[in-house]
Design a protein around this ligand. Structure first.
Ligand code: A3P
Length: 316
């Protein structure tokens, strides 16, 4: 049986066997519960395909995240770090191409990565939880970098994004209370966020040479240190000479929110599915949730964070 047929059959079987409480609508779009996680319908088949069929190379680099945790920034940084001897910052493909087109999603429904001619190492990204990654990724020596973010900021970022997705100017605004309630019940793409975060957190503790666990807030606090940390982890450490020449600062500036937001491709270009690249660059701040969440929402979230992350010594 062909792999396509196998995936189609599995997809059909999963859909047929879903319980009523394993289907939800978010902003009018269907989401399904699969092996402990919620997945948007438009990503469901391709997620199963990536889970079953993706074969990792030993030197692949996979950038993982929950949506709206800083994926775009991480892609720009890692692309710049590993390709720094090929492209000077003034000649970087980032000046003309959105990071999502340079580092494709494993579970992209358009299978965009099959059309890309990769340089070594191959760079991929994913919103898939660690629990759903292909066995090949887990057992190979490929590296994974995970970026996490304070879930309240992530939530607000996700809410804004969902309100605009997919660029329909007449779309009704998404009800914040309802969206928040679903988020706290784990119902959002790749949710529950706590299981997503914990999957990578635990794996990073078990295999620190394979998985690097980052926090968006730490990158905001000291990007230079984290660029060097990333480079070392990925096997592309900066030489003293490079440091003296200011290469770390050049990468930090090239990938900064202020710079990237203003590249023409990110202001006016479009990504697959018709999404404006500008949707990936909103405010880029820590703590914006304070402007939107009510005290009772904050209380509910803080309880949840304590309950889910407390015993794991994980704070945001
Ligand atoms: P906000 O909506 O809080 O501004 P993702 O890339 O995972 O979709 O996450 C998007 C979030 O990262 C958005 O957060 C976006 O503004 C922020 N972001 C994008 N590029 C960034 C950069 N270069 N530096 C810092 N934050 C960035």
């Amino acid at each position: 049986m062909s792999k396509v047929k196998e995936v189609d059959d599995e997809f059909e079987a999963i859909l047929e066997n879903l319980e009523p409480n394993e289907k939800e609508l978010i902003n009018g779009k269907p989401y399904y519960y699969h092996q402990g996680f919620w997945i948007a319908e438009f990503l469901f088949r391709s997620t199963i395909s990536a889970q079953r069929n993706f074969v990792a190379h030993e030197d692949d680099i996979i950038l993982a995240s929950c949506p709206k945790s800083g994926t775009t920034w991480l892609k720009a940084l890692v692309f710049s770090i590993v390709n720094r001897t090929r492209f000077a910052p003034t000649d970087s493909p980032l000046l003309k191409v959105n990071p999502h087109d340079l580092v494709p999603f494993l579970e992209s429904p358009s299978r965009i990565f099959e059309k890309i001619v990769f340089d070594q190492p191959r760079l991929f990204s994913t919103h898939m939880p660690h629990q759903l990654l292909s066995l090949s990724i887990k057992t190979s020596d490929s590296k994974i970098v995970y970026i996490s973010r304070n879930p309240m900021d992530q939530f607000i970022s996700y809410w804004f994004y969902t309100c605009k997705f997919p660029n329909d100017p007449n779309a009704e605004p998404v009800d914040l209370e309802d969206f928040f309630d679903k988020f706290c019940r784990g119902i959002h793409n790749s949710g529950p966020f706590w299981d997503h975060v914990l999957g990578y957190w635990k794996a990073s503790l078990e295999r620190p040479h394979k998985i690097l666990f980052l926090k968006y807030e730490e990158l905001k606090k000291d990007i230079g240190f984290n660029i060097k940390r990333l480079a070392k982890f990925l096997g592309f450490p900066f030489s003293e000479e490079e440091e003296r020449r200011g290469v770390v600062e050049e990468i930090s500036t090239l990938c900064s929110f202020e710079k990237m937001k203003n590249f023409d491709v990110n202001k006016n270009g479009h990504w697959t599915l018709g999404i404006s690249n500008s949707l990936f660059f909103r405010k880029g701040e820590v703590g914006d949730w304070k402007n939107f969440l009510t005290p009772s929402m904050v209380e509910r979230m803080e309880k949840l964070l304590q309950e889910k992350f407390g015993e794991h010594n994980l704070t945001f």
